[in-house]
Design a protein around this ligand. Structure first.
Ligand code: 2P0
Length: 316
């Protein structure tokens, strides 16, 4: 019986995506640029089974809502596709404490597995156009290392010249559940007076970040990333109703990292997404000291390297 397994990494954007210019095609207003990370991956198996109907398991359990979303996503390939006698199993492997959303790696792994299993064999552009309809940021999990996603919809692998870069995830648990990113970015587009400026500056950040990569200037890419993330959160905070993903504790951790950069000359920069956790972009040589300093304050950090595989078939 036929079986296909794919895996995909999560990704963290250093130049953020925050707003769609086309919500049907899922086209962003601004280019974004991410790193695929090896801390967490999704493995998805699609197989033929001797059972009636369509079967779905996520982390070993049934989940009707995710099952429906999965079916809907598969039908983006072909609305007439039958899932009779098919089972899809998806597993997220990585520290659950990291609070890293699995939707990006999930849709990327599912897209690659379905493309192969059902015999579509679409090229990257076509596959990317389907994947981003699952979740915009999932498109960037199709490729390893550094990935650019353009407002026209396509993605491109970007040469990442550093082999000593790590990303730490600082766990901050003191936040109530906030608005989801899909709804949050829609409100920002509609109401934030800073939105136009954010889009304009994102294009500049995207260009300058790539200059920094060409110059192999880590401090340049770090500073651009940090400023871009803080600007995105400013857009959220100036949205009506105001969106606060960052908590008091998040801001304390951000200040702490900025302080060790200033006082100890550590090359360490922060980036934050649609939640309170703070991610630290730094180099291997600072890992131990940053970890110890945070530990003294009762704060935990989990480290990730850069994923070198991207979304690929690993079996079948
Ligand atoms: C990013 N985020 O670039 C930004 C930064 C969150 C903050 O992409 O509506 O879940 O499915 O396209 O992909 C999260 O947005 O939103 C996201 P949809 P998605 O990583």
């Amino acid at each position: 019986m036929k079986t296909v397994t794919a895996r995909a990494p999560i990704n963290i954007a250093l130049i953020k995506y925050w707003g769609k210019k086309d919500r049907v095609e899922v086209l962003p207003f601004q280019p974004s640029l991410s790193l695929s990370l090896d801390i967490f991956e999704t493995k998805t198996t699609i197989k033929e089974v001797n059972l009636k109907g369509f079967h779905f398991l996520i982390n070993g359990k049934e989940d009707e809502e995710v099952k429906r979303k999965t079916e809907k996503f598969i039908h983006l390939f072909d609305s007439n596709l039958s899932l009779e006698g098919i089972q899809i199993e998806t597993n997220n492997t990585g520290p659950t404490a990291a609070g890293l959303a699995s939707s990006a790696s999930g849709f990327a792994a599912l897209a690659v597995a379905a493309n192969h299993f059902f015999g579509f064999h679409y090229n990257l552009d076509k596959l990317a156009a389907i994947t981003r309809k699952g979740s915009g940021s999932a498109i960037r999990s199709l490729l390893p290392e550094a990935v650019a996603w353009y407002p026209e919809g396509h993605i491109k692998a970007i040469e990442f010249p550093f082999d000593d870069v790590v990303l730490g995830v600082i766990i901050i648990n003191d936040q109530k559940k906030s608005i989801g990113s899909t709804e949050g970015m829609k409100l920002s587009v509609e109401t934030s007076p800073e939105y136009q400026e954010w889009v304009k500056q994102s294009f500049i950040d995207f260009e300058q970040f790539q200059e920094g990569l060409k110059e192999e200037n880590f401090n340049k890419i770090g500073q651009i990333s940090e400023d871009n993330a803080l600007r995105m959160h400013h857009v959220c905070e100036t949205t009506t109703p105001s969106i606060h993903y960052l908590s008091k504790k998040s801001y304390e951790v951000i200040s702490f990292i900025q302080k060790i950069r200033k006082n100890k000359h550590f090359e360490a920069y922060v980036t934050m997404d649609a939640g309170p956790n703070v991610k630290v972009l730094t180099k291997i040589k600072y890992k131990k000291q940053i970890e110890e300093m945070l530990h003294h304050q009762g704060i935990e950090i989990l480290w990730s390297g850069i994923d070198t595989k991207g979304a690929v078939i690993i079996d079948g």
